[in-house]
Design a protein around this ligand. Structure first.
Ligand SMILES: [Zn+2]
Length: 513
């Protein structure tokens, strides 16, 4: 403990033993490198005031009363503040600053408006002193206390907690039993935490055990969670935490006449892999993200019989997950495991935050001409992304920008051009997928292509997009919905991913991705 901290602690003990003052307002908290200290406030004539003696102890300044002149001097090193009874002004080493009210004497104690701290005291003591009235904080010196604003939205089989962090601050999200803990690399938090609107998923959001942590108490429907982290405007960042229920697909009711018989997708028996736990040794193909295209409000393409692309992609994604987990022992993460709306950038972010080694996006194609059919495999074309892509493609991974130094679990890499570095590997994967598919299902005349797909551009690993067939072709619409066809696609992808793993395991063990 520093001597200043010892003096401060002593001052607080003395203050605590003083007689209780009337009209006490909620105390402020003074946050500095020495720690956090309460600072009593009281309301006098509608103004929040601090006792000058408290400020003297906390800020290591001396106060001297000049009874004859009816004033006070506050000395901090070589700087002097002069206050006069009855005047809403302070002179800080000759410079006049206004105060919302004059100092008030009561008994032997002088009180000054709380604004005295940032307007006068800060000038005298030098360094940063910030008064945050709404959160009743006084920040002293170079300490990090980000503003945190959260909100909770119910979204079907998940609840989404969105946390805006200003300024952007590195953090981790961990699960401990029925609680998630968000730990910020900061000295404190200036947090406005939301009341829950989805108690089945999120029972409560509250300050955590540490000074810079938030605790999320999980509700009874919690099964898994995922986090997505995105840089936002002006140095702020947004953390999205989805608390996801065990998937229970609504079974079609027998009494309802369904015009299009769609085969029910088998719900996966394996619960979603918890993200952000990175224990496996680096080097081999460990994790893969399967992205079921579209979902929720975005139905994707629609067949003449009414089949929806979003249903086909989810069904194949679930089958592929089960197959990869059981046959290859891979950790498989789905960008969605329900009928939910997910943004394109978010899908790549799921893969990046989970440090996935491969990203496969599943889609079904559409054409105004019903006769068009056949599968296609895409990887990213950078042409449309211009110079930035060119630069990113020739940048080593170590020099990609990492905001705030990153953290163990989440690295805020500038994802925008992440895929540029993996174009060659993505092309190889696409060729392998195309070759496997060709042996089992009809292929389009242009079976392998490059295209500027937004969903691929941010993926920080080899990534391909598979258009499994044309849902606008009546024959293919039926195929795309069938178990047989879907299983053929799964088989093809398992085969090509196995080949990719085998081809890359050598170089991975040699040390690089
Ligand atoms: Zn699509």
């Amino acid at each position: 403990m520093t001597s200043a901290a010892a003096a401060l602690l002593l001052a607080l003990l003395q203050h605590a033993s003083a007689a209780q003052q009337p009209a006490t307002a909620a105390p402020y908290t003074v946050l500095s490198r020495e720690g956090r200290r309460p600072l009593a406030a009281r309301t006098m004539a509608g103004q929040e005031m601090f006792a000058l003696d408290d400020l003297a102890r906390l800020f290591n300044v001396t106060v001297r009363e000049d009874a004859a002149a009816g004033g006070l001097t506050v000395t901090a090193g070589t700087q002097t503040i002069v206050l006069s009874a009855g005047q809403s002004l302070a002179s800080v080493s000759g410079r006049l600053v206004s105060l919302p009210a004059p100092p008030v004497r009561e008994g032997r104690t002088w009180y000054v408006p709380v604004d005295f701290v940032p307007r006068a005291l800060a000038l005298a003591v030098g360094g940063k002193v910030e008064l945050r009235k709404p959160s009743r904080l006084i920040l002293v010196g170079d300490i990090r206390v980000p503003r945190i604003v959260g909100r909770i939205e119910p979204l079907g089989n998940l609840a989404r907690l969105t946390v805006d962090v200003s300024p952007a601050t590195p953090h981790t999200v961990t699960q401990e039993g029925t609680r998630l803990t968000v730990r910020f690399e900061a000295d404190g938090l200036d947090a406005a935490l939301p009341a829950t609107t989805s108690p089945d998923f999120i029972a409560n959001v509250r300050p955590g055990d540490g000074p810079a942590t938030i605790a999320i108490d999980l509700g009874p429907r919690f099964s898994s969670f995922r986090t997505v982290d995105t840089p936002a405007d002006r140095g702020t960042s947004r953390l999205v935490i989805d608390v996801i229920a065990q998937t229970t697909e609504p079974q079609p009711s027998p009494s309802t006449a369904t015009p299009t018989p769609t085969p029910a997708a088998p719900a996966p028996q394996v619960p979603e892999t918890p993200p952000l736990i990175d224990l496996a040794p680096a080097g081999t193909l460990r994790a893969i993200v399967i992205d079921a295209g579209h979902g929720g409000a975005e139905e994707g393409a629609k067949g003449p019989g009414g089949a929806l692309e979003k249903q086909v992609t989810l069904s194949v994604a679930r089958r592929l997950k089960a197959a990869l987990e059981s046959r290859l022992g891979l950790r498989v993460i789905l960008t969605r495991d329900g009928d939910t709306t997910i943004g394109l950038d978010e899908r790549a972010a799921v893969a990046n935050n989970n440090k996935a080694d491969l990203f496969v996006s599943l889609h079904a194609n559409a054409s105004p001409r019903a006769a068009i059919s056949g599968a296609q495999v895409f990887y990213l074309s950078l042409d449309e992304y211009g110079d930035a892509a060119e630069r990113a493609a020739h940048t080593e991974s170590e020099s990609l920008p990492v905001f705030g130094g990153g953290s163990r679990d989440i690295e805020l890499i500038l994802w925008d051009m992440a895929q540029a570095r993996y174009i060659k590997e993505s092309a190889a994967l696409a060729q392998s997928v195309e070759a496997s598919l060709r042996q089992r299902i009809p292929m389009n005349a242009r079976a392998i292509q490059q295209a500027p797909f937004r969903v691929l551009v941010g993926a920080n690993m080899p990534a391909v997009l598979v258009e499994m067939g044309f849902i606008t072709n009546p024959g293919q619409e039926k195929q795309l919905q069938s178990d047989e066809f879907q299983n053929q696609i799964v088989q093809s992808l398992v085969e090509s991913i196995t080949r990719f793993r085998d081809a890359h395991s050598g170089s991975h063990q040699a040390g690089g991705r």
